[in-house]
Design a protein around this ligand. Structure first.
Ligand code: THU
Length: 133
């Protein structure tokens, strides 16, 4: 896929802006629109821990705020993990709202070796998929 290295680079770069003073788990995410452009986001924690927003949801919400709704790939990077960090359950549900079953989900830990999955692999038995607009 074209733009893939750029997608990874942007996820890595934006992770520097992560606000994660509680977990020290600094995460960056980049979503690739169907038109080839890219939006990024980071995890934003809060001293009321449950209010934390994950990086991939930040990226998606930012993109939707700019009028973009269709994504073909997402890349997630965490420099503080020795293993590739997949999206949490809540993020899989939110990603599934805007990404088709065959959309690509990449994630990596500090070694930047991005693993590749299909959306349908990380979020099987997708409930109420047909209710999406
Ligand atoms: N986190 C993300 O931003 N994305 C993921 O895919 C996994 C977890 C964040 C949430 C929290 O700020 C920190 O990582 C530890 O869970």
């Amino acid at each position: 896929m074209e733009n893939l290295q750029e997608l990874f680079d942007k996820a890595v770069k934006v992770s520097e802006n992560s606000y994660a003073p509680y977990s020290n788990f600094h995460v960056g995410a980049a979503v690739l629109y169907n038109d080839g452009s890219i939006e990024t986001g980071v995890n934003v924690e809060n001293r009321s821990y449950g209010l934390t927003n994950c990086a991939e949801r930040s990226a998606l919400f930012s993109a939707v705020s700019k009028g973009k709704k269709d994504f073909k790939a997402v890349a997630i990077y965490c420099k503080d993990a020795d293993y590739p960090v997949p999206p949490c359950g809540a993020c899989r549900q939110v990603l599934s709202e805007f990404m088709d079953k065959k959309a690509l989900v990449y994630f990596a830990g500090k070694d930047k070796k991005f693993k590749k999955y299909l959306m349908e692999e990380i979020y099987p038995l997708d409930a109420l998929h047909e209710l999406r607009s």
